[in-house]
Ligand binder design. Structure first.
Ligand SMILES: [Zn+2]
Length: 447
């Protein structure tokens, strides 16, 4: 048995290590081998699918992919008691990745405003766990959580990674950063006497130095990625519009500080001026990007930043308003009407220019577990099904810095995969009804 790296470098602890190694020999769990027979297999989105293949999985990783249907007895190195999963009448593809979710809530508008002062942190944590489970059941095995004022997703990320709870692997941004009066200023819409409670979040910043502090605060908490807002937001309960709300030096300070620590940066931006500001500052992805102009398009191409369209938000707005026409304050309602009318226009411009697109829904604004509804909208506004699937696999993996682990099905990568009925390259809506989800070599049981 190879000596662990910790043991090798800590020779002074050799005796202790020897003991640990002996114990681990006795306690070593049996290896788990699985063979998946895939009728159709899109192992590398962007290329043609293959038919009749066997995915050989050892523990949590893909060992090999073979042509035809192989069985344990005839496959070298695979024990006779390996599990065989019959997906010969299914289409198999990599587990999906949503680059923009908010797991801690499924409330919006006035209901959310109330929840933020009536709900405990423990309430939010349970809600996040339920939403994570729904997300995994929908075939999304990895997500990037972009903004968590409830302060629960960092712990959820670690609990899922430790196998304590079912859910997708999570990259988390902690609290999103914004200027005072900006989209993520938690005090907006509340009486001044309780502003102090929200200001404890320390996520608002004004001036370059203060913005560096705000980024470092999140990094100290252990976040994976930094999110900030350069423009107003549809959901912020204030009538400030959706244009730019930050100065050059503030945006630059945020991006430079995050990059210094090796963290990527996602920006919330609707107005064209705020998109340009963020791209000039060097962000890695622009979320929403609702009013994309020619300058913004040129900058996307020049910088190689990703565009994350989050078209599903309009589904969330429409469904909530159908249930309750007074779900939002008048300021927010006006912005929602505008957003519904303009949805998809930026994507229609970005696709022919070759802008890199990563899949992201803004689930939390739209409904958790319905993440795959985004595919239909992406196709409606200019992408082919194949491009939309690549956006949710190889592209999103690249944006999240996880290309070595997920996004394609290849030897050495995580065994994260889903199976659907029918060919999603012909009809992308079949992705809304996932028949099997496997994450890290384990089939998820949704019951
Ligand atoms: Zn969002």
């Amino acid at each position: 048995m190879p000596m662990s790296r910790t043991c090798a470098v800590q020779s002074a602890l050799f005796l202790l290590c020897s003991t640990v190694m002996l114990q681990s020999v006795h306690a070593a769990p049996a290896e788990r081998w699985t063979l998946i027979h895939a009728g159709q297999l899109l192992d590398r989105p962007g290329r043609a699918p293959r038919s009749q293949a066997t995915i050989v999985i050892r523990n949590d990783r893909i060992e090999s992919i073979l042509d035809g249907y192989a069985f344990p007895a005839e496959t070298g190195g695979v024990p006779a008691d390996a599990t065989v999963v019959d997906l010969r009448n299914r289409f198999v593809l990599p587990g999906l990745i949503d680059s923009h979710v908010h797991l801690a809530t499924d409330k919006a508008g006035i209901e959310r405003q109330l929840a933020r002062i009536s709900q405990s942190t423990a309430d939010a944590a349970y809600e996040a766990a339920v939403n994570a489970r729904k997300t995994l059941a929908a075939g999304f095995t990895t997500v990037r959580n972009l903004g968590d004022p409830e302060n629960v997703v960092l712990a959820l990320r670690d609990a899922i990674a430790a196998g304590k709870l079912p859910g997708p692997r999570i990259l988390d941004a902690g609290y999103s950063i914004s200027a005072t009066a900006g989209h993520m200023d938690g005090t907006l819409g509340y009486r001044e006497e309780i502003h102090e409670f929200f200001e404890q979040r320390e996520n608002t910043c004004n001036g370059a130095d203060d913005c560096r502090r705000a980024v470092r605060k999140q990094i100290a908490r252990g976040v994976d990625v930094i999110k900030f807002g350069s423009t107003g937001g549809v959901n912020s309960p204030i009538g400030l519009g959706l244009g730019r709300q930050m100065f050059d030096d503030e945006a630059r300070a945020i991006v430079e500080t995050a990059h210094m620590y090796g963290k990527t940066v996602a920006v919330h931006a609707h107005g064209a001026d705020g998109i340009v500001l963020a791209l000039q500052a060097g962000v890695d992805s622009v979320e929403h990007g609702t009013l994309l102009d020619d300058e913004g398009l040129d900058l996307f191409v020049k910088t190689g930043a990703y565009y994350v369209p989050t078209l599903s938000t309009v589904n969330g707005y429409i469904e909530r308003l159908e249930k309750n026409p007074d779900a939002y304050t008048p300021d927010v309602r006006a912005k929602i009407e505008w957003r519904i009318g303009i949805t998809g226009k930026s994507l229609e411009k970005a696709v022919p220019r070759g802008v890199k697109i990563a899949f992201g829904t803004d689930a939390g604004v739209s409904m958790h577990g319905r993440n795959a509804d985004e595919f239909e909208l992406m196709v409606k506004f200019g992408m082919t099904p194949g491009q939309a699937i690549a956006a949710a696999t190889v592209n999103a993996a690249d944006l999240l810095g996880l290309s070595e682990q997920v996004g394609t099905l290849e030897p050495g990568k995580q065994a994260d995969l889903i199976a659907v009925e029918g060919n999603p390259l012909e009809d992308v809506t079949v992705l809304k009804d996932v028949k099997l989800v496997m994450k890290g070599g384990a089939v998820f049981d949704p019951r």
